[in-house]
Design a protein around this ligand. Structure first.
Ligand code: FES
Length: 273
């Protein structure tokens, strides 16, 4: 699994935790015993109301000569309010706001989840890039990359983003020595330039690969020849299965250093760039 995919999974995890938290906060109020809807005022508002009530109390008068009857205490306005049930009250402004925020977050997270799934889909689907790709019968493939005049014509396999090239030289002593990069006389070179990632086209006249972005050049075995590329073209591990099918494991990228000993000649004709 690549670092990008790990990052996407981490984002997806954080997003799930966030939406779970939002749901928990939004529905926490519904827990426990039902509360009367008149109790929506906070403590500050209650205190303000009480102070206002006291301010409206009449100024003390001079004591009458005759004893007066005790005045009844003013009724608490909060106590005098009519209790309205939730159904009668309908949706409050705060509830409407909470639900609106929740809806927007839910929409965003749904889009993020769909985008993440689309990004991961080739990995999840057997045979897509990032997993093992069956390129075809190895003998058929080999017959397509060798030209009658002895030159080679790399065969592009779109599902593996790879060029199949022949490897007839001696792997011992080369930069590929001991690596699982050759099977049935074929190698699978990743199309991506190792400098800054441009797609590298094949150049038939020079019998190599020449990057149009900054001029890196590789021979048809993908060995570094010229330009700013730091190493050979990357390649994938390859095998032949029991049915004679050439399998490219695009989940196993193999990097090799600039070759000290080249395994093929370059250029064999005019360059393309
Ligand atoms: S990306 Fe190929 S040479 Fe720079």
């Amino acid at each position: 699994m690549t670092a990008t995919q790990i990052l996407v999974l981490a984002f997806a995890g954080v997003a799930l935790v966030a939406i779970a938290s939002i749901f928990a906060i939004a529905y926490r109020r519904e827990d426990g015993a039902p509360r009367p809807r008149v109790g929506q005022l906070d403590r500050k508002a209650r205190r303000r109301d009480r102070l206002a009530g006291r301010a409206r109390e009449p100024e003390p008068q001079a004591l009458p000569e005759a004893p007066l009857e005790e005045e009844a205490a003013p009724a608490d306005p909060l106590e005098a309010r009519e209790v309205v049930d939730a159904e009668t009250m309908g949706v409050t402004r705060r509830q409407f706001f909470n639900r609106g925020v929740l809806g927007v977050f839910g929409l965003f997270l749904a889009q993020f989840g769909i985008a993440s799934l689309a990004f991961m889909w080739p990995k999840l689907r057997a045979g897509g890039f990032g997993s093992k790709v069956i390129a075809g019968d190895v003998e058929d493939l080999a017959s397509q990359v060798f030209l009658p005049d002895g030159r080679v014509s790399p065969l592009f396999i779109p599902a593996a983003q790879s060029y199949l090239v022949p490897f007839q030289g001696n792997i011992a002593g080369s930069s590929f020595d001991g690596l699982p990069v050759v099977a049935g006389g074929l190698m699978a070179l990743w199309q991506r330039c190792v400098h800054l990632g441009c797609r590298v086209p094949q150049c038939q006249s020079s019998q190599g690969f020449e990057c149009p972005c900054h001029g890196s050049k590789y021979n048809y075995h993908g060995e570094y020849e010229d330009g700013p590329a730091p190493r050979n073209l990357d390649r994938f591990a390859v095998t032949i299965d029991d049915d004679g099918q050439f399998v490219i494991d695009t989940g196993t990228v193999i990097q090799t250093p600039r070759a000290a000993v080249k395994t093929t000649e370059y250029p064999q004709g005019p360059s393309c760039i």
